[in-house]
Write a new protein. Sequence first.
Length: 423
Amino acid sequence: MYANPRPPQLSHSNRRIIDSNSETLRLYQVWKGTNRFCCGGRLIFGPDVRSIFLTLFLIVTPVILFCVFVSQTLIDEFQHNRGNLILAICVVFTLYVIFLLLLTSGRDPGIIPRNLHPPELEDDGSTISTDWLGSQNGGGGPTLPPTRDVVVNGMVVKVKYCHTCMLYRPPRCSHCSICNNCVERFDHHCPWVGQCIGKRNYRFFFMFVSSTTLLCIYVFSFCWVNIIKIMQKYHCDLWKAFMKSPVSGILILYTFVTVWFVGGLTAFHLYLILTNQTTYENFRYRYHRKMNPYNRGCGRNFVEIFFSKIPSSRNNFRAKVKVDSSSIFATPMSFVHSRRPEVPKRSFDIEMGKRQAVAAEDFDDIQSQLGSVGGLERSATQPRRTNWDHKANWQNTPDTHMLAAEYGIEHGLTDREKHCGDH
């Protein structure tokens, strides 16, 4: 039906451009999520990391005002250096809150590494839904089930397949649409810290929120102490005391409003900790209406969060990885893996890879040489092993054929074309 496609011939300049792009990079330099890295991959942040500066401003500014304008009166009023102690406690407490903020925001929250190809359709100990098995009897190639059943503490829990990361998510794992990663024990994505909150940083997130609440109460209380001291010293009413120390009045109003926000958040997460829930589970599954498979009692739940060992990161962002020359082509090469399993599993991750500039005329030259084979694969059958993304566009582009020829699988393409022609 179709003529056998000839392998495209690349010019010497195009071949030189492709070969020169092969180099060794760090994992964080080719990371496919939307994260931001600092200090050579040692610190990982979310894409909205700039919000940290706003959070720092909201914390540090009232503390500076307190130390400059309010604490001076307290130092004069309290004897035996108790006023200096009040000031020192405020400064140290603020530094502690900032440290918790950076510890929450700058570490891996529990990102699960992506697969380079879809998993095999085999039994790995989990149970496949009978409804899905019945739908496969109608014909068509095998596909990966959207969910699987696993047993957690004697209860059946469904785990979903992630089409982006090409893996079945572990229990309590969810895919963050902002960071574009699957996060273990995903709680939520916090814009105030610019990071996902997951298994590896939830403890520090709660400590940050609760410590911020205590800091607000501390400043609020001593601002009132300052107002009372002014009233006693000058024998004036409350309004005149505010006029003599307007910064105290501003801080009282500011901390009063803020403590309702961070204090309410602290109380809510304390409830989640004692019932062993995440924010995502609480809003989606409503465990108070049914049994929670993760609830082990208030005491054990509290120990699990604060006294259990934090697992090591599953990702070594500073590890060296080899970037193939194919990284200059914006083609979803996981398609090649799913159709031809015998092809060596080389690094085709080009979504976030480091690309080198290719001259426009050279790229046009490549496409013009491959234009004749652009539509050959559109009548191909479904993938032999898996059809893991029902919404994916399986039409091949000229770049796919060029790369197929580059890695020696043009023979497989020809066989499938002949098979289509016989039918």
